[in-house]
Design a binder for this molecule. Structure first.
Ligand code: DMJ
Length: 644
């Protein structure tokens, strides 16, 4: 259409009256809206839709496991979030009723003592250690131009203050504690043997239907339970099982998948699991796989701000997406904030600074951006670098971001002052805005929605007892005792959420309003999926205080797990912690093997097994060593040996 100026008509611009212009603009904007809106009704496969919406709107991933950052969990806990279009929960598959509660004897009853009696465990560990030594001699170049020849494993070992497995594999002198530790080891063997029997190579075991679950959280990668178990098997001296796992990694772990994966989950479970396995054993295989996988994650950072998106295609396209349910194509604080530890180690091992640069860039942006009341909201736009919503939580969506701040500081051998500063300022803001005391005297962490408190604490937030505990000693002198007390109070509250349930296992979320105190008030919050966070805090608090109550609380959890979660062929989550007629969810989460059982085992071990002055645990409980730059760069360590 052509507009011409009409004679005698007072007009401006293109010769139209103001009212005509207005009508025209209205028509034009309507047309544009209509065309753009129509894109949403096209099937996902239509190229046009991918071009226009690929970065933020399409969610090609369905997820199947139970971490906080799995979509199903997000939706459960954040009902107010927009429902994802086209996203299904693979967890729905797990709704099979339990067949029976019959508990067969575990697959093996061999205890540490029996193994040690035959000298088998030590022999196997020594064998494995000497293999490690020979593996560590190979320091050749490995993958895609990443040079590993500068990382000297032997030297790294010499820079540790203690042998990783302690003087005597962490065996406690007290016979009752040792029995309890053996029980946990037996649980691990039982969980592992059943996974091996029914789900080998799949991501998780479904213990009721006796088959495997793959889901699509890991973008086509398989064997999540194997990778998550490597270090647990190793530290428990389950060497045959560890060797099976290693062989699977060698022959069957295929990283050439082309699926869409959660960047966060692949990082914490696969990269973290492989890195730990390498640092504990010195097997080059694990290092090479970790580096190969790390490289595949890099394209997720190709955004205007460098803040990665949540979903990445592991194939050559490297395309990335934001989760469809995350407001306005945002990235999630707990996801992009939980890469630091693994990425710094990828740079260490590859001698390629790119990984550290990527995570330092995230840090820089977070430092710069204005924070409401000093708090970090959970949603950030990877395009503008601005917060998208003012929802703050130390549980789901936020949790491990805070954890990685203090652990980055500790892992840097206390040199990363910026991480330290960010952690303690965040903690101050948390204390000022979120820490609450219930009428019954329980300390808890509420959630914050644009200034309004939601008096609810998620099971996930219970990791914070341990986090505040391990950070206590490096806080301002006058606050150290206070932080330790706060850590103990939060851990106590989380324990209360267990003891106040019928099964003595804790619900997914518990509330402190309408007369509730550490109990779930909503049906949808009553489930327990074998999560580790409460036990994780027991373990740290035990190491920090040696108060025997933490071991007692851990043992209560073991008994409850045995009674309600152990089924004929593995361990399963339960749907309602407040009923004795338990209904299992048919899923043995991989984090049960990597975290829950590992933290229990450490709780009943001596402190020199994975000593906290040498190791930090990533958020999936994979131990990563403290980087002692001064020692690693110092030629003088050549002749030192780790004191045995
Ligand atoms: C684990 O995958 C990790 O601990 C993660 O940080 C969040 N939660 C699950 C276990 O609950």
């Amino acid at each position: 259409m052509v507009f011409r100026k009409l004679p005698g008509v007072s007009a401006s611009g293109m010769g139209l009256r103001l009212s005509q212009k207005f009508v025209f603009l209205l028509f034009l904007s309507g047309l544009v809206t209509l065309c753009f809106g129509a894109l949403f009704f096209l099937p996902d496969s239509v190229r046009l839709k991918r071009i226009f919406l690929s970065k933020t709107e399409i969610q090609p991933v369905t997820v199947g496991s139970g971490s906080e950052n799995d979509v199903r969990e997000h939706l459960k806990r954040h009902k107010d979030l927009e429902h994802p279009r086209g996203m299904t929960s693979a967890k729905g598959e797990t709704g099979t009723k339990p067949k029976s509660q019959s508990r067969k004897p575990p697959v093996s009853h061999e205890t540490t003592e029996e193994r040690l009696a035959g000298g088998k465990a030590l022999e196997e560990l020594n064998l494995s250690r000497s293999k490690t030594e020979s593996a560590s001699e190979k320091t050749t170049s490995t993958h895609h131009g990443a040079t590993s020849d500068t990382f000297n494993f032997k030297k790294f070992q010499r820079c540790l203050l203690k042998p990783p497995l302690g003087r005597d594999t962490g065996k406690p002198a007290d016979p009752q504690t040792n029995e309890r530790r053996d029980k946990v080891k037996e649980m691990m063997k039982f969980a592992w043997d059943n996974y091996k029997l029914y789900a080998w190579g799949k991501n998780e075991l479904r213990p009721l239907t006796k088959d495997g679950h793959i889901g699509n959280m890991f973008g086509g990668l398989r064997g999540a339970s194997i990778i998550d178990s490597l270090d647990t098997l190793y530290i428990m001296g389950l060497i045959e099982e560890y060797n099976d796992a290693k062989e699977w990694v060698q022959n069957s772990l295929d990283l050439n998948s082309n699926g869409e994966a959660s960047l966060f989950e692949v990082n914490i479970r696969y990269v973290g699991g492989l890195l730990s396995a390498y640092y504990l054993t010195g097997e080059e295989l694990f290092k090479n796989k970790a580096m190969e996988l790390g490289e595949k994650l890099l394209p997720a950072f190709n955004t205007p701000t460098g803040i990665p998106r949540g979903v990445i295609n592991l194939g050559s396209s490297g395309t990335s997406w934001s989760w469809g349910w995350a407001s306005a194509g945002s990235s999630i604080l707990a996801e992009f904030g939980t890469l630091h530890l693994e990425f710094v180690h990828l740079s260490e091992l590859s001698n390629n600074p790119i990984y550290t640069e990527k995570v330092m860039n995230i840090r820089k942006l977070l430092n710069k951006i204005e924070k409401p009341h000093g708090l970090y909201p959970n949603f950030l736009s990877p395009v503008s670098g601005n917060w998208v919503q003012h929802h703050v939580s130390i549980g789901g969506l936020g949790d491990s971001f805070y954890e990685y701040l203090i652990k980055s500081y500790l892992m840097s051998d206390k040199t990363d002052e910026n991480a330290k500063m960010m952690y303690y300022s965040a903690l101050e803001a948390i204390e000022a805005n979120l820490v609450q005391k219930s009428p019954g005297g329980l300390t808890y962490l509420a959630e914050w929605r644009g200034g309004i408190l939601d008096h609810k604490m998620g099971h996930l937030a219970c990791f914070s007892g341990g986090m505040i505990g391990i950070g206590a000693d490096d806080g301002a002198q006058e606050k150290r005792q206070h932080y330790l007390d706060l850590a103990a109070e939060i851990t106590h509250t989380c324990h209360e959420s267990y003891t106040r349930s019928t099964t003595k296992l804790g619900p997914e979320a518990f509330r402190f309003d309408s007369g509730a105190e550490a109990t779930a008030t909503r049906l949808s919050d009553r489930y327990y999926i074998l999560r580790p966070e409460v036990i994780e805090s027991y373990m740290y608090m035990w190491r920090l205080t040696h108060d025997p109550k933490y071991r007692e609380w851990g043992w209560e959890a073991v008994e409850a797990l045995e009674q309600h979660c152990r089924v004929e062929s593995g361990f399963s989550g339960i749907r309602d912690v407040y009923t004795m007629t338990v209904s299992q969810d048919n899923m043995q989460q991989s984090f049960f093997l990597s975290e829950t059982l590992k933290y229990l085992y450490l709780l009943f071990s001596d402190d020199d097994l994975l000593a906290l002055d040498d190791w930090v645990f990533n958020t999936e409980a994979h131990p990563l060593p403290i980087i002692r730059k001064s020692c690693l760069d110092d030629g003088a360590t050549q002749d030192q040996t780790v004191s045995e």
